[in-house]
Design a protein around this ligand. Sequence first.
Ligand code: UDP
Length: 311
Amino acid sequence: MRILVTGGAGFIPSHLCERLVEQGHDVVGVDNFVTGHHRNLARLLTLPRFSFVEADVTKELPVEGRFDRIYHMASPASPIDYVQLPFETLYCGSDATRIALDRCRKDGARFFLASTSEVYGDPLVHPQPETYWGNVNSIGPRSVYDEAKRFAEAVTMAYHRYHGVETRIVRIFNTYGPRMRENDGRVMPAFISQALRRQPLTVFGDGLQTRSFCFVDDNVRGLMSLMESDLTEPCNIGNPHEMTMLQLAEYINMYTGNTAGIVHKPLPTDDPLQRKPIIDRARNTFGWEPHVSFEEGVERTVGYFRELIEL
Ligand code: UDP
């Protein structure tokens, strides 16, 4: 197939592009490097079935020819990114989603929306099934991301219902692995780079808030399986292995041999208290579940950051 991936130079999409090319597809990545990085394309650009177009997908998709699939992955995705890039974040969820959907309608392509566990906000139901409608502050600092993704889900379903476009919606839970930006502010790259630099890890608040971390290889396998499934309803993809940020900090310090300990910093506004996916829908519909253990995932991610930081 011929497949377009928006945000192709980003963390998850660059891995996705590689897997798609390995499966024999022709893949075009589109990115404007607002949060994506040239480094993520290094291997991809050596593969003949991959090509890259630099463009702002909130304005246009300047790529010729018909596509069979479009994965709309482009968006700032870290809390500090979307506070610094509020309009880019809003337009990735709104304008860029509409532009990609229009292109799918024209090409007869199947559309895939990268949505997020953030549509559940600070969830009052725990763990979170897809049937939960969420608890989102529509005017808080995270709203530019949460509400844009909620709009993106709505416009995707509208194109499906009213225009008959084939659509898929994934709700991605916290994902980590090689190619995250060291300074993107998310907890995994923050803790790992601090530990490798022998600095104390910055735990926000009391550190008792929880997250559930999925390794990127498992995530990408889930995304591709969902795309080729028949599921039109939104689908959680994440690893139900839940832990507190204090537990995460302790493990990273122990694994890296960092003795600098932790420091507490203020908790960001509207930081969700807990998050854990129910993945029965993915499991029962297309047989997906995560395989990479937390220990292995951390080992591979620390290996990447060790090289990046050149310590
Ligand atoms: N966090 C932290 N220290 C950091 C960065 C994040 O304690 O240096 C916490 C943050 O407050 C949140 C959790 O780690 O409770 C996950 O944050 P992240 O930004 O990775 O993703 P989120 O799930 O909040 O979108």
